[in-house]
Unconditional design. Structure first.
Length: 219
């Protein structure tokens, strides 16, 4: 009877350069994670020496994607429906310009969510949070920035809309873009005894120029 001897395969040994690369990658990952968590901590922590000294750097990390707020748990949660529309002005090859019809950006998101058992985070929150970011950093009377993040909020809102509209409409290049926001208070339940909501409020922003920089990263 012939027997066989099983031999365990030797373990894989990484070369010196490979170990160095893996070690550096791990160090970068750990350092980046630590810096990000530190920025979020300084953002939500009470005002202190560090948060004041590094406010611009912390805001650059947190806003607008990772902003923290307590609106969901506030004593009076949001009770309004906010709809955002956009229209563009295009220019033909001969130089003639044309103002296009309004596009319901919020309506598109709602249509993508309705009936979808697992709607995307983008459809649910991206446009809404972009408007919150803009609204919180601008004076509604003249649409001028009220904080250092105002211009960033304008660029963020503009790029999200241009992602959905594109570079051209009807074969003509997009030259400018304008936003319209309609805010309607949600009617109270009949048993509450509260008075009905006032008429929806419409807010139109000024025309913003559109350039190649606004499509950066959009292909």
């Amino acid at each position: 009877m012939t027997g066989t001897t099983d031999r365990a395969a030797p373990g894989r040994v990484w070369s010196g350069p490979a170990q160095l690369v893996l070690g550096l990658a791990a160090a970068v990952l750990v350092s980046g994670t630590g810096l990000f968590l530190a920025a979020v901590f300084l953002h939500v922590a009470p005002d202190n020496v560090l948060s004041r000294q590094y406010r611009d750097e912390v805001d650059g990390v947190v806003y607008p994607e990772f902003e923290q707020n307590w609106k969901l748990f506030a004593p009076n949660p949001l009770q309004q429906n906010v709809s955002l529309d956009a229209r563009v002005r295009t220019v033909a090859d001969g130089g003639a310009t044309r103002t296009r019809d309004w596009t319901g950006l919020t309506a598109r998101d709602i249509a993508a969510i309705r009936g979808n058992p697992a709607p995307s985070h983008v459809d649910q929150n991206l446009l809404r949070r972009a408007w919150d970011f803009y609204d919180g950093s601008h004076d509604p009377q003249d649409e001028k920035p009220t904080s250092s993040r105002g211009r960033l909020a304008e660029q963020y809102l503009k790029r999200i809309a241009l992602q959905r509209i594109g570079r051209e409409v009807g074969g003509e290049r997009v030259l400018e873009i304008e936003f319209r926001v309609t805010t309607a208070t949600v009617p109270p339940p009949t048993w509450s005894g509260e008075t009905g909501p006032s008429a929806p409020k419409v807010r139109e922003l000024p025309w913003w120029p559109v350039g190649d920089e606004d499509y950066r990263g959009l292909g």
